[in-house]
Each structure stands twice: as C-alpha cells, then as structure tokens.
Design a protein around this ligand. Structure first.
Ligand code: FAD
Length: 446
C-alpha cells in the first residue's frame, strides 16, 4: 500500500499540496488545528481561508510575475486556481474571489477526494518518522513554532518580518548613486563596492524627514504586536524619536566618499545592499517601515538616485513565522536535518497567498514523487515557481533573508546581449520563456 503523506496546516499551501499529492495517487492526511485552536486572523474552520484581502492579485500571465504564477499553477492542475476561477468576482485585471465561497469550494473538493482525510487538531511536535509537509503559515501555533525553533536554532526561525523595500538594480540612477562599502571594507574589490549609495544634502534630508513624518501609516492588526520592537524599528518611528536619529542610524554618511563629487561630504546617505545572487535586486538598508504602500513609493522616490526607481517589493513589518530557508532547506524543500519533513508556504519565506499556494503545489508534487519512488527536481529558475524556490533555497542572501513575493528580479536576466527592449516587451519575453520551460518540466513528469 502506498505510504501516507501527512500535511500540517490546511491553509493555502497545505490545501494545494494535499490536492497535488492525492491527484498523483498518494493518500493524504491534512492536520488542521482550526476551528478548535484559532489564530488572530482566521475566522472559520474552512481550508484555504483568505485572512485579509480577497484578491490573488494580477491575472496578467503575459507581463506580470504573479499572473505567470497563476498560469503555471493552472497548467499543473492547481486546485486553488480552479476554485478561484469558479468563484471569481469582477475586479479588472485582478483575480478576486468571493472569499467564503472560495474556501468552502476548496474544502468541499478536498473532503470529497477519496485519497484525502482531514484530521482536526493541532500538531505540537516535529514528527519522528513518515512523510510530512509542514505548511502552518505565518501564524504557526506557538507550541509547534517552539519545537521547530529547538530543531533549527533560535536565529533560524523568525516571528516577525521586517521588510525593507527592494528596488530593481537597473532602475537606480547611477549617475547620482555610486558603489562603495563603508570604509571600503572587504578583501576583494567586489566586497569593497558591495553597496549602492545615494547622497543627500541637508535640504534633501530635511524634506525627506518631513515626508516620512507626514506619510500615512498602516496599523498593526489586533494581536499582532507582541515582541515586535526587538531590533526592527520602522524608519518613521526612528524619525519620530528625533530628526537626527536616522542620520546617526541607517542614513549615517560616515566612511563614504561620493564618487561623482568627492569634495562634497553628503549630509546623509541611503545605502542599498544586494539582495540576491543575480545582483538584480537591492534592498534599502534599515528601511523597514509601516508606511502605506502609496506613501512609500512617493517618499522613497525623494531619495536622490531613486527618483525613477521600480520597486520589486515595498517594505512592511508583520507578525510572520518563517524559516531561514536558504540555510535550512534543500532544493527539494526538505529540512536538511530531518529530510522526512518538508516545509511549504509562507513559513518557507515566500510572501502572499499565491506564492504560498505555489510552494504547496511544489512540495505536494515532490513529496508524492518521493513516496512513489521517483525524484522530482524543482522547475527551472526561469519559471515563476522555479525562481521562487531557487531564491528561498539558495539564491537569497541567508544573513538578511526576509520573505519575498514573486517578481521578475528573481528570474535570470533575459536578453543580456540583445538591444534594449521596452519593459513590457521584456516581461513578455520572461513569461514566454517561463511557459515553455514550465510546460517541459510538467511533460517530463508524465
Ligand atoms: C494578518 C495577515 C494578513 C494577510 N493578508 C494577506 C493578503 O491580503 N494577501 C496575501 O496574499 N497574503 C496575506 N497574508 C499572508 C497570508 O497569510 C499568506 O499569504 C497565506 O495565507 C499563507 O499561506 P500558508 O498556507 O502558508 O498559511 P495559512 O494560509 O495561514 O495556513 C496555515 C494553516 O496552518 C494551520 N496551523 C497553524 N499551526 C498549526 C498546527 N500546529 N497544527 C495544525 N494546524 C496548524 C492554521 O490554522 C492555518 O490554517 C496575510 C497574513 C496575515 C497574518
């Protein structure tokens, strides 16, 4: 008899993982703690509950990375995309759904599947044997989180994200910014020039502080705040503590010489640090923030060199349990120290409903393949699913790892030699390439 796959958590990732494995002929048990044990964000006992927005974001599979992820999940017999389609609401180019009908439909489909069993109850310890996927999400229950922490070490499991905005490297104006590490630190030329630096005059700094203080901020959800002040103060809170605080903190100008104007000492400097091995993404160092998204884009574009910046993701601070996946997981999503346990969903350090479901899809297929005596390699890095798994299990910088949503900056650059293409054409080229590679990856499994 085929061995069972146990999945802890029936959220976005767990539901999709269960469907994928069951459709491949593997019996699945979903362990879901709700409704007996709740979280501050979930309201129901249904599977795949959407805790906040009712949107799966852009459905444009030609020019948008999340839309491409929709396409790949549809191509791979994705349950969540199918149920989203059935319960779709008009929302322009976005895939928005009737949230209750959507999760009821996912729940009904899984409960009706002959190979799926839902076992209510909280899992509180790491399993010793068997085949397991842990997909307990950003609000993983406290006891299980402690058990994971005991296995991985305290530094490798975070309870909050503190996300600084990430910009596409190509969108930074390098006639204003320059590459240099503070005090030229580092052994190699690459290390000595690891940061992008954006200089500010006194007037620019003062205007920036005014804008920060005036910007609209997002409130924490009720029950979300415990422990958040541990070393991740939002920049606007730093600015509230004193107009000079940032200039003595993340924006200090010391140890840096403006390559474009060496005689003039900048009054403040904003530094950007490389965020992925490809070098396509840079995060703004120390700029975690609770400003609303619209306000962030406006305020950050005041930084000289970032006037035309494109953001791969904006900043945020949330209650979020997630692993340091680049150090803990292998490329089959297995915990290196206990390979019979896979992780999937937001707890692996992806961000968002769609990304979490995509990681569930992959984990479900990989676990099923293993149970059936096969090996399933991850999809190529030039697909959306492949770009995400490559990022979280190796492409991201482990030291500064923070959750990531899907974006074209994670994809190997396209058209390195050819002429300059317009951004829209380039995105189309990314999605064309991805669709071909993903179709091949699926075909190789049949
Ligand atoms: C307050 C809040 C708002 C958010 N808003 C959005 C948004 O608007 N858009 C968006 O794309 N993303 C949003 N997210 C992120 C969102 O939670 C994830 O994108 C997505 O739900 C993650 O999917 P997941 O399957 O990893 O986790 P979840 O969907 O949270 O599923 C995890 C499941 O595991 C269960 N569980 C936890 N611990 C245990 C245990 N020990 N034993 C058994 N079961 C357990 C939980 O009950 C839950 O059902 C938000 C997150 C939070 C916390």
């Amino acid at each position: 008899m085929t061995q069972e796959l146990h999945i802890v958590g029936g959220g976005m990732a767990g539901s999709e993982a269960a469907w994928q494995a069951a459709e491949l002929g593997v019996p699945v048990v979903i362990h879901e703690m709700r409704p007996h044990v709740g979280t501050f964000a979930h309201r129901t006992g249904d599977l795949a509950e959407m805790v906040c927005s009712n949107s799966f974001r852009s459905d444009d599979d030609e020019r948008n990375a999340v839309g491409l992820l929709h396409w790949e999940m549809r191509a791979a017999n994705g349950l969540l995309m199918a149920m989203a389609e059935t319960n779709r609401l008009p929302a322009g180019g976005a895939l928005a759904v009737d949230r209750d009908a959507f999760s009821a439909a996912v729940t009904a489909k899984l409960r009706a599947h002959p190979l799926v069993r839902v076992e209510p109850g909280e899992i509180t310890a790491l399993p010793e044997d068997g085949h397991w996927i842990i997909a307990t999400g950003p609000l993983t229950s406290g006891t299980l989180a402690e058990a994971i922490r005991a296995e991985t070490g305290a530094e490798s499991l975070a309870f909050f994200d503190a996300i600084a905005p990430i910009v596409y490297a190509e969108s930074v104006d390098m006639s204003v910014a320059w590459m240099q590490s503070r005090y030229d630190k580092g052994e190699t030329a690459e290390e000595q020039t690891a940061y992008m630096n954006c200089p500010m005059t006194k007037a620019e700094y003062e205007a920036f502080i005014d804008a920060l203080l005036a910007a609209e901020k997002t409130e924490f959800h009720e029950g979300e705040t415990a422990g958040y002040f541990d070393g991740c103060l939002p920049i606007e809170v730093m600015a509230e503590r004193g107009r000079e605080t940032l200039r003595f903190g993340p924006m200090k100008p010391v140890g840096l010489t403006n390559a474009h104007d060496p005689q003039v000492k900048p009054y403040a400097v904003v530094q950007l640090r490389r965020d992925n091995k490809l070098g396509t993404l840079y995060n703004i160092v120390g700029f975690q923030t609770k400003m609303k998204y619209g306000a962030q884009a406006a305020v950050f574009k005041m930084i000289p060199g970032l006037q035309e910046a494109s953001f791969a993701r904006l900043g945020g601070i949330h209650r979020n349990t997630f692993l340091n996946s680049p150090t803990l997981l292998d490329d089959r999503m297995r915990l290196r120290s206990r390979p019979h346990i896979r992780f999937a969903g937001q707890v692996t350090g992806v961000e968002g409903y769609v990304e979490s479901a995509a990681m569930g899809l992959l984990a479900g297929r990989m676990a099923a393949a293993e149970i059936l005596g096969r090996d399933l390699p991850p999809p190529p890095a030039d697909t959306a699913t492949g770009a995400l798994i490559t990022h979280i299990t190796g492409g991201a910088e482990a030291k500064t790892f923070q959750p990531m949503n899907v974006n074209f900056g994670l994809f190997p650059p396209i058209d390195a030699k050819g002429g300059r293409r317009g951004r829209k054409d380039r995105y189309k080229a990314y999605t064309d390439r991805a669709k071909e590679a993903f179709s091949q990856w699926l075909a190789d499994q049949s």
